[in-house]
Design a binder for this molecule. Structure first.
Ligand SMILES: [Zn+2]
Ligand SMILES: [Zn+2]
Length: 264
């Protein structure tokens, strides 16, 4: 079992379900000691119904999780955060959320390109080398801000991209992200989400998951990056799933420098 999860969504994002309290109850049933809520960040002025909750939901999210934090304090440590891209236009917003302690932490989930005040491209659909290099540049720029406790699904670019483990662009992007992780001491997340919506498949080059993408984690192991498991729960019972067993296999097989806790 894993006794922590820092990557948990809520119904507010428009593509998750259950009540906030059901996530806590499922975490307790799974034997967890730490549960971090990290819903897709609500952005002022941005309306994206199935990607993220509206900014107007912020107070409800904060008050709901804070009250669960108090109610269950003797049983489980609950943290309040967001999963967020780093969009420079919102730099002061991110900092304010953290500085005034509206939330406790951010994790970096670099899903989208942002331009003209809207998200315009999902990096999980990357098909070209230019798109995966742009993804990596965005991830590293986010890491360098110091705002984020870890990088969620750093290998998200492989959900769409094809090329096989010898592809030089896959190798370059992998190395760029892993070297930044090591240099900046920011953990990388083995994300269990994609395994639930698509099992092993053959991409024309190799049998694999959308992510975790094993050749990425070989390099993370060689470089000595810190690694953490994240459930990426969008339905409460997912906190009780068994996908972490595969993550533990990767940790053993690639000698990953696993951590089981982040300081918040
Ligand atoms: Zn989501
Ligand atoms: Zn994500």
């Amino acid at each position: 079992m894993i006794d922590y999860c820092y990557h948990t969504h809520t119904f507010r994002c428009g593509h998750a379900d259950g009540t906030d309290e059901e996530y806590v109850q499922c975490a307790l049933k799974a034997g967890m000691k730490t549960l971090g809520f990290s819903d897709h960040i609500f952005l002022p002025g941005i309306h994206e119904p199935f990607s993220r909750g509206d900014y107007g939901l912020l107070n409800d999210y904060v008050s709901s999780i804070r009250s669960l934090q108090a109610k269950y304090a003797s049983q489980i440590t609950i943290h309040l955060g967001f999963e967020s891209e780093y969009f420079p236009a919102f730099d002061s917003y991110y900092r304010q959320l953290l500085n005034d302690k509206t939330i406790d932490y951010l994790i970096l989930g670099h899903h989208f390109r942002f331009e003209n005040n809207a998200t315009t491209f999902y990096y999980g659909m990357s098909k070209t080398p230019a798109q995966i290099h742009e993804y990596a540049d965005g991830v590293v720029r986010g890491m360098e801000t110091g705002l984020f406790k870890y990088v969620a699904h750093p290998d998200l670019f492989m959900a769409g991209y094809r090329g096989g483990p010898l592809d030089p662009d896959i190798q370059a992007v992998t190395r760029q992200i892993c070297e930044a992780s090591k240099r900046l001491d920011i953990p990388l997340e083995i994300n269990l989400g994609a395994m639930r919506f698509r099992g092993l498949f053959h991409d024309g080059y190799e049998l694999r998951y959308l992510y975790p993408y094993e050749p990425f984690w070989v390099v993370a192991g060689e470089i000595g990056c810190k690694v953490i498991i994240g459930v990426d729960a969008h339905h409460p019972p997912e906190l009780q799933g068994t996908e972490y067993l595969y993550a533990e296999e990767l940790i053993t097989k690639f000698h990953l420098n696993v951590i089981r806790h982040i300081d918040i």
